[in-house]
Design a protein. Sequence first.
Length: 139
Amino acid sequence: MKNSRIAKIVFSSLVTAVTLLSLGCSYKQQGLSKGLTTKISDPTMPIEVKIGQEFVINLESNPNTSYHWQLAEPVNEDILQVIKSGYKSKIENLAGADGQGIWVFKAVKQGKTKISFKYMRWQTEFPVAKTHNYVVLAK
């Protein structure tokens, strides 16, 4: 029974790694942040954007650990849109390399809101490892 549980976790981790690696490839092919000049990584600084402007939040990540970034709660869609998200490895073609979770947003209306992320394992029985909260001021 214990071996069966371990096998399920290993299998799940492999599926996750393959999925995230393919996301990393599609990130480059789709040019996830190509042409976007507002790239954010420091959650302590408010994000100031103009209505219609897209911006990118970069989150340090390593899918090989079975952890990934996801929204902790839905964004306020009256003010922001999630355009797309993905993963980019720091070293191309190297499985298991550290990288970044990439999230692209667009300000659609004036206002103040927050974006909350949580870094957690794919398996839901594990606790959240860390969180990041960003304040967004759309003008």
